[in-house]
Design a protein around this ligand. Sequence first.
Ligand SMILES: [Zn+2]
Length: 234
Amino acid sequence: MITVTRRDRIFILTGSGISAESGIPTFRGSGGLWRNNHVEEVASPQAWARDPAMVWEFYSMRRRVAAAAKPNPGHFALAALESELGDRVFLCTQNVDNLQEQGGSQRVLHMHGELFKSRCETCRRGPFPDEACYEPPTEIPRCVCGGRIRPHICWFGEVPYEMDRILVALDSCTIFAAIGTSGVVEPAASFVAHVRHLASTYYVGPEPPANVGVFDRCFLAEAGKMLPNLFQVG
Ligand SMILES: [Zn+2]
């Protein structure tokens, strides 16, 4: 149990584990494969330059998988915490699905982008909502400016989104909780080390993360089982 007082500000970082509990497979991190390609070789600017049709095929598949998934009790618990504490909760996710929004969360910062959004790579139109699947023999979608439309995803080698807002929230939090993160993917893996002298730090997930030693306390259980009763708001 984590006691939350009126003075506390909570930074929540969610990772693929909470989505995996809803049936969305983990693609990021080590060992992720799609059609015998390492995910790093599909989710990268180099892959987009070489074979954009393959990249869109991968993200079209992921859109279909994510569209069929439903939020779990962990997602609902985060939405309930936000509705109770308002802007004293900062929800930051590495996930690109919209399960937290489906669970009722109002303000989720997607540092790695959003599966159901696209943007123009040329004129910076977007990101705009896009649930379509673009698979061969479909053409690569084009913007009115003629540029190619790409997934609104932070690929390997690209800088995560809204890091300035994330750093402000990290520097002002008193409770930091990472949920279902592998502790491998940077820069998110370093957030806990960044805040450990300012905040109490917690981990929730069935397996210990790679950076387990940095946390004050780990709750080794599924988010869907642990989160509904984890925070006690005083
Ligand atoms: Zn454009």
